[in-house]
Design a protein around this ligand. Structure first.
Ligand SMILES: [Zn+2]
Ligand SMILES: [Zn+2]
Length: 421
């Protein structure tokens, strides 16, 4: 199927039977032909044949004059998207997808796009999630769409640490330094690395502050007297009134509360719930970088003294015999500048109580920031308060704790049966 067929506003010339064409076969199908599933929605699971993004065309309803273009995307970790099919005519399903109703040819999905379509009644609520996050069990883990960036951050933190740990793996006194000294250095390295990874995973795998979508029939309107309020805006994708300082993240495809920025290295948004962990991770990462560089330098100085070689000869010998610790230190030193710059930037933002989004857009360039309570109070509110007074509760977990049959199912993007006329 070509792209232009998907974006046409008139009824496309279908080379497959149109939904209405199947009307005459309804009776002969023994109930599998025309089935108005308005009263009894059936879910269809589209399982990707390969873990690549695929687009399934949803064609325009023949008797509709509105444009209907949509796509269904695969997700890794077995989390496929589910559409609720409310009507079925032959192989065509009448589905709601990305804010639009449309017909999808289920019999040709695999042929054209490599997806498999099979009926299921046991739907995991996570699969109906309309955003682009990957959701863990009961919504407790929320991973952003940039998994490769998250993997790269893990690798850049782990590999230099591992190399330096191996380089200090002395079984006895070495380079004039006792075994206990090497052991203490290794323990310290493991402690800093462990804290770093805890903060990284905590920040990346928690719900950053996603605001669940409203059902499609909800008609959000600004509160009376707030029509001109610059802070409040209606998000037509999520169908809700966005609270002040929130933003719809294009990467995650969700509105996020107290949005700071979408971090490609974390793979997710940095916002209300995970900002403190993100800021502490930056601190810890700087500490790890400094420690890795220091420990490598310390080892080289000891080795130089023990070798009694001229400096040039020692450098050549060191590069030939122990290139890995030098490489690890070089990688760590290379990361130092961007990470320290980012840390300084966020410390400044925490001190003046601004988010990255507000700073970049210059929201307070000509206006007073009512959230600014002074440097100390701002830092406390941004970082320390989150840790001390517990992370704000997630809005997602209560949704995923409910059974699928609950009528509030529509609250996060799926459609209730009474939404279909
Ligand atoms: Zn939104
Ligand atoms: Zn995001």
């Amino acid at each position: 199927m070509r792209e232009q067929e998907l974006t046409t506003t008139s009824a496309p010339q279908l080379d497959t039977p149109r939904p209405d064409d199947d009307d005459n076969d309804d009776e002969s199908d023994g109930g599998t032909g025309v089935e108005d599933m308005t009263s009894q929605p059936v879910s269809y699971r589209f399982v990707p044949a390969r873990l690549r993004r695929r687009h399934v065309p949803v064609r325009q309803e023949p008797d509709s004059t509105s444009r209907c273009v949509a796509s269904i995307q695969s997700k890794p970790f077995g989390q496929a998207r589910v559409v609720n099919a409310y009507k079925r005519r032959g192989g065509w399903l009448w589905v709601w997808w990305d804010g639009r109703f449309g017909w999808v040819d289920s019999t040709r999905i695999y042929e054209t796009c490599g997806w498999r379509c099979s009926p299921t009644t046991n739907v995991d609520p996570r699969e109906a999630w309309p955003g682009d996050n990957y959701l863990g069990r009961k919504g407790r883990f929320v991973l952003g769409p940039d998994t490769s960036g998250f993997a790269a951050t893990n690798a850049m933190t782990t590999i230099p640490t591992l190399v330096v740990w191996c380089a200090t793996l002395k079984s006895s006194d070495d380079f004039g330094c006792s075994y206990d000294t090497w052991l203490i250095m290794r323990c310290l390295l493991v402690m800093i690395y462990g804290t770093c990874m805890y903060l990284l995973w905590r920040a990346a795998l928690m719900d950053p502050g996603v605001i669940p979508r409203n059902p499609p029939d909800a008609k959000p309107s600004l509160p009376p007297g707030c029509e001109d309020a610059p802070d409040l805006k209606i998000c037509h994708t999520c169908n809700l009134v966005r609270p002040a300082r929130s933003k719809h993240c294009g990467s995650c495809n969700n509105c996020v509360e107290l949005f700071d920025h979408h971090c490609p290295w974390l793979g997710t948004c940095v916002a209300k719930r995970n900002y403190a962990y993100f800021a502490l991770f930056l601190n810890c990462e700087v500490l790890l970088i400094v420690y890795v560089v220091c420990i490598t330098t310390f080892r080289m100085v000891l080795a130089f003294k023990a070798s009694e070689l001229p400096a040039t000869a020692f450098e050549i010998e060191e590069v030939q015999t122990a290139p890995w610790p030098l490489g690890a230190a070089a990688v760590a030193a290379g990361l130092a500048f961007p990470v320290v710059s980012l840390l300084c930037f966020h410390l400044r933002l925490a001190a003046i109580s601004q988010t990255t989004n507000e700073s970049v857009r210059g929201v307070y360039r000509h206006a007073i920031n009512s959230n600014d309570k002074g440097c100390r109070r701002n830092c406390y509110n941004s970082i320390y308060a989150t840790l001390r007074e517990a992370t704000p509760p997630s809005r997602l977990e209560p949704l995923f704790a409910r059974p699928c049959a609950d009528q509030s199912w529509g609250a996060y993007g799926a459609v209730r049966s009474d939404d279909v006329a």
